[in-house]
Design a protein around this ligand. Structure first.
Ligand code: DQA
Length: 165
């Protein structure tokens, strides 16, 4: 699938499409529990943007990319989607929410995943409660982006597009 992508530097995030690069790519963006509540949930920590706002921003940043954007509160469903991403996607951008800190099942699915994994968090879990320092996703990820709010998703998308450019 042809993909047109605007820009190749973080400074250009949000800019309209220009300097197009053509590449082949299918990106899964998976979101874990409670991220459906973004915008209402602890906005002082997670910001005012909704998950759909983030989805739209990603589509705008890479209008022709095949972005499969999903959210689930269910651990098993996320495991199924990681397995699907392994077959269909070159890059998996994952915000596993609280399962980041608890889920061995997700860890095992990620270990078996053939897509490259970019971990994203809106907040910086390492700077919060001690239980958030346990992380079952990071050891399986190529990279982690945390603490930049919704912009972290666009940073991950920018990186994803660079990784297979
Ligand atoms: C989060 C951080 C997690 O610790 C928390 O459980 C979340 C959101 C983030 O994006 O900052 O649900 O993944």
């Amino acid at each position: 699938m042809k993909l047109s992508y605007a820009g190749n530097a973080l400074a250009k995030l949000g800019d309209p499409p220009q300097d197009r690069v053509t590449m082949t790519q299918h990106i899964f963006v998976l979101n874990g529990p409670n991220l459906n509540l973004l915008g209402q949930r602890e906005p002082d920590i997670y910001g005012h943007e909704t998950l759909e706002d983030i989805h739209q921003r990603m589509k705008t940043a890479a209008p022709n990319a095949e972005i499969e954007f999903r959210q689930s509160n269910s651990e098993g469903e996320l495991v199924d989607w990681v397995q699907e991403a392994s077959k269909k996607a070159s890059i998996l951008i994952l915000n596993a929410g609280a399962y980041t800190h608890t889920s061995v099942a997700l860890h095992d699915a990620l270990r078996a995943c053939e897509a490259k994994i970019i971990e994203v968090h809106l907040s910086n879990p390492a700077a919060r409660e001690p239980f958030r320092s346990t992380n079952y996703v990071a050891p399986c990820a190529t990279a982690s982006i945390a603490g930049f709010g919704a912009r972290g998703y666009l940073m991950a998308l920018d990186a994803a597009l660079q990784m297979t450019a």
